[in-house]
Design a protein around this ligand. Structure first.
Ligand SMILES: Cc1cc2nc3c(=O)[nH]c(=O)nc-3n(C[C@H](O)[C@H](O)[C@H](O)COP(=O)(O)OP(=O)(O)OC[C@H]3O[C@@H](n4cnc5c(N)ncnc54)[C@H](O)[C@@H]3O)c2cc1C
Length: 433
């Protein structure tokens, strides 16, 4: 593919070649398949080619094998090191939306579908829990509860209304707890909390999860080629199958599954108008004593000033590290920083966002006392990753009707709660057809 047909900052792009490393990547550098087949030529044919080795690509391969496909019939192509996209750069939450998105989903998809989306979010958490337990996945998965903390009366009113409309439409709210005023403050340890909602959620080490999946499929015969982008998919003139072009050869495949998330439109240009890459940023923080030992936060958080101004927070039970994500269009940031989110460049982080994250964290949790940190406490690392926003807020999953034999699982809107779900429910279609 000529570089001219790529569009910088759009979904019609290859991942940037000089990405920064996230906390998750920095703590898994010895993964043996990180640079698998980095210089090897690709085979000339493979029944299945999965493009992208993030959680979608690795779980697709995993589920294909579980469904009876031979590992030897699967090639996974990855443009950078193994699982180096959003899956290894996120904020570690496995957090279903319990009701907040209901109104927004209803406007686009109608009440019935919106109810299903929220129900499925809950189901995903359950399935992740079952999956991790069944396969004994060493990904630090921690099943706990999460708080949606309303930091302003306006947002508390918004949440109340969302919950009411969800309930009115028949949504199940029996598993959601509500706290107000002092109760909310005590429960969450956030003195500024106006109200809070609590429901089941979890956290994980996302890179370890993706790497477990890759390790498993490779051990069953699948081949991963890293630093090997798919640059074009064309009908094979000789066989009528699909030719997947890479810099290290062409693979003729019966089935191609696009798991390229924010970069999906490079190979599927007709998706370009429907998908926007956005750069998101997260931070690891080594806690001060107020968050150590038996004071560590056991639940996860979304701390919200408004719909577009919020912070996501988990504290890893494995090592106590706090992971803090910042919303992309936080209105307290400068217009330049907000505009900078429309990018596919995950080379570095934004310093203004770091400062906002640390200041806001100190304001929300005054016990943190950042001024008195000892050497080794405080900000550990900051990183960015690219998420894929779609025009209707849900991912593209399933067969691509206009391209028989091609499938897609991409466009996750910065969310993973619903991430595993489409694969669990749909991937075996690629096997059956
Ligand atoms: C900062 C940040 C915080 C987030 N926080 C959370 C969170 O707390 N909880 C949550 O659930 N979700 C979160 N997300 C979103 C979540 O990480 C993603 O939705 C999920 O990882 C998407 O998985 P994926 O496999 O579809 O995409 P990716 O992990 O992005 O994988 C796509 C892969 O395809 C590769 N690729 C792309 N184009 C090509 C090509 N042409 N050829 C070969 N390879 C290609 C990429 O290099 C990449 O490895 C966050 C994301 C970010 C960036």
């Amino acid at each position: 593919m000529s570089p001219l047909s790529q569009k910088e900052g759009s979904s019609r792009s290859l991942p940037n070649q000089t990405p920064c490393l996230s906390y998750w990547q920095r703590t898994t550098r010895a993964f043996p398949h990180l640079h698998a087949n980095k210089d090897a030529k690709v085979p000339s044919n493979s029944k299945y080619v999965v493009v992208g080795s993030g959680i979608s690509g690795s779980l697709t391969a995993f589920e294909l094998i579980e469904g009876g496909v031979k590992g030897e019939d699967i090639v996974i192509l990855e443009a950078r090191e193994a699982a180096s996209g959003a899956s290894s750069r996120n904020a570690g939450h496995v957090r279903p939306d319990a009701f907040r998105g209901f109104s927004a989903y209803s406007k686009v998809h109608g009440e019935e579908q919106a109810l299903k989306i929220i129900q499925d979010e809950r189901l995903v958490l359950q399935r992740v829990d079952e999956f991790v337990t069944k396969h004994n996945v060493p990904c630090d998965f921690n099943l706990t509860t999460t708080f949606d903390v309303c930091m302003t009366p306006e947002f508390a009113a918004y949440e109340k209304e969302s919950l009411e409309s969800f309930k009115k439409a028949g949504g199940d709210t029996s598993y959601i707890k509500f706290y107000e005023g002092r109760d909310a403050q005590q429960k969450t340890k956030v003195p500024g909390a106006i109200a809070a909602y609590e429901w089941p959620a979890g956290s994980s080490h996302p890179a370890k999860l993706a790497q477990f999946l890759l390790q498993t499929v490779i051990s069953k015969g699948a081949k991963l080629f890293t630093f090997c982008p798919a640059t074009e998919v064309k009908v094979s003139s000789s066989s009528g199958l699909w030719d997947v072009h890479t810099p290290r050869g062409v693979i003729t495949a019966e089935k191609v599954i696009h798991c390229t998330n924010a970069h999906a439109a490079l190979l599927l240009p007709h998706l370009d108008p429907y998908m926007r890459p956005n750069r998101a940023q997260a931070h690891s923080i080594i806690p001060t004593p107020a968050f150590c030992g038996d004071q560590a936060l056991r639940s996860t958080f979304s701390l919200r000033y408004s719909l577009h101004h919020f912070y996501s927070l988990i504290q890893r039970q494995a090592d106590g590290t706090l992971v803090l994500g910042v919303s992309r269009s936080n209105p307290t940031l400068s217009p330049e920083t907000i505009a900078g989110r429309l990018s596919t460049d995950d080379t570095r982080y934004n310093e203004e966002i770091v400062q906002d994250a640390l200041r806001s964290f100190g304001e929300m949790f005054p016990d943190y006392v950042p001024d008195t940190t000892m050497h080794g406490e405080g900000l550990d690392h900051a990183w960015t990753g690219i998420i894929a926003m779609t025009t209707d807020s849900v991912p593209f999953v399933g067969a691509i009707e206009s391209l028989p034999g091609q499938y897609i699982c991409a466009g996750f809107n910065g969310h993973g709660g619903s991430n595993l779900h489409p694969i669990f429910f749909n991937i075996n279609k690629a096997n059956q057809n």
